[in-house]
Design a protein around this ligand. Structure first.
Ligand code: UDP
Length: 408
């Protein structure tokens, strides 16, 4: 059964919950609506699955809806996503028309129920046209790294964003020139969900063995959708360099997201590259494989998130919480989670990744220390109770525009 708010006292302490309750009284009965583009797959859906019910626990009338998409629309939004991340992507005027036309069809389909509407990411950003009809405070919650966006795409999106009441980013350097207030809210993980809760060693071993992974040999793991920006092929190359001198196995586990049409082709490429090596385990996981992912990470010696671009990278916080040393690409929100040499290592190349993996595999004391530090870092910064508090404070701030102090 899903954890209720009171259960979090065992992790964050009663003070944190009391503070949340005091704040929640100020917004009691308010309605909040979250809208994104997919109910499963990826970090946004992961967070909303938990934030939405816990907001309800706090007495907020919270709902979560998704826009409908089709292949054509998601082909455009994936291109927009990649371009905002700074990748070279060709987007034709016709593709922008596809976005506009599809969003227009959603305007009549969506029912807006919230006094505060959180629109997550670029896919549903065009729903802002409904603000005039429905009223309320509209917040564009951006989960991606838009610090160096493709100008053409940002010029297309920016007018939508400027019609919101506020924007939220995960890192200070993602903020943009906008004529609306901008807030910094890092993402979070749920320490009590199946993805992160403590597991018996027997469960971990059982799941590793079920997948043919040897629990007694070093295991390097990356959990990610099969997406070029997560660089699974780079992870394979780093593993191959490590394997020249150090025994180890590689686990690449990931699923598919409804709004990502590029996944299947990359998965095929990864499977081909892995086919000749029985120590590379490519696991295509169905949605809601939380316990499985939890066990794979807990059974690992080192966790990698070798992203080339990353909004935040929840997988990093998930691994740090489990006291795992993490090696991550020095990009986006990973830089906020991996404090280089303290909670893990930031890397910029395949060779660097291999070097740091070997260093950790050969130094148990270092691995333990990084893991302990990582746990504290997540406890202090990236748990879902902090996220709830930030959202409530933001809702209050928007109801009291221009006020330095809000009476609570
Ligand atoms: N995840 C999952 N199944 C998978 C791959 C990933 O449940 O097969 C989860 C992962 O544990 C994390 C989220 O999806 O909670 C991915 O979030 P992240 O911010 O790392 O990346 P995104 O996919 O949003 O780019």
């Amino acid at each position: 059964m899903a954890a209720r708010l009171k259960d979090y006292a065992s992790v964050v302490g009663t003070d944190v919950l009391q503070e949340l309750e005091v704040l929640a009284e100020k917004v009691e009965g308010w309605s909040v609506q979250h809208i994104n583009s997919t109910a499963v797959g990826g970090g946004v859906a992961e967070m909303l699955q938990r934030l939405n019910p816990l907001m309800k626990d706090l007495g907020i009338d919270s709902t979560w809806d998704q826009i409908e998409g089709n292949t054509r629309f998601f082909r455009v939004t994936k291109a927009i996503h990649n371009a905002l991340h700074g990748s070279a992507v060709e987007i034709t005027p016709g593709m922008f028309d596809d976005y506009r036309d599809h969003l227009r069809s959603q305007l009549d389909r969506m029912t807006i129920r919230g006094d505060t509407v959180f629109i997550h990411d670029p896919q549903p950003a065009g729903l802002i046209a409904l603000k005039e009809r429905c009223g309320g405070a509209w917040i564009w919650r951006c989960h991606i790294d838009i610090s160096t966006p493709d100008r053409q795409v940002w010029d297309f999106l920016q007018p939508y964003v400027n019609n919101y009441d506020a924007a939220i980013f995960s890192m200070p350097d993602f903020s943009q020139e906008l004529n609306i207030p901008q807030f910094l809210v890092p993402p979070s993980i749920d320490p009590l969900g199946d993805k992160n809760r403590e597991l018996d060693p027997g469960v971990i071993t059982g799941i590793l063995e079920k997948h043919g992974i040897d629990p007694n040999r070093p295991i390097i793991t990356q959990i990610s959708r099969f997406d070029h920006l997560k660089d699974p092929l780079g992870v394979i190359r780093a593993y191959q360099l490590v394997r020249k001198r150090t025994d180890c196995q590689l686990v690449l586990a990931g699923g598919e997201a409804d709004d990502d049409p590029e996944g299947p082709a990359l998965l095929k490429e990864v499977q081909e590259k892995a086919a000749a090596d029985p120590d590379i385990h490519v696991l295509l996981l169905p949605p809601f494989s939380d316990l499985e992912i939890n066990a794979l990470v807990r059974g690992s010696s080192v966790v990698v998130q070798k992203s080339i671009k990353e909004g935040f990278g929840l997988t990093v916080a998930e691994a740090l919480w489990k006291r795992k040393p993490v090696i991550g690409g020095a990009v986006g929100g990973i830089r906020r989670q991996i404090l280089h040499g303290v909670t893990g290592f930031l890397v910029r190349s395949v060779e660097g990744t291999a070097y740091r993996i070997r260093q950790i595999l050969n130094d148990d004391a270092l691995a333990r220390q990084l893991g302990e530090n990582g746990r504290v870092h997540v406890q202090n910064n990236f748990l879902l109770t902090r996220h709830l508090k930030d959202y409530i404070l933001l809702m209050l701030a928007l109801r009291h525009p221009g006020q330095d102090m809000i009476p609570v």
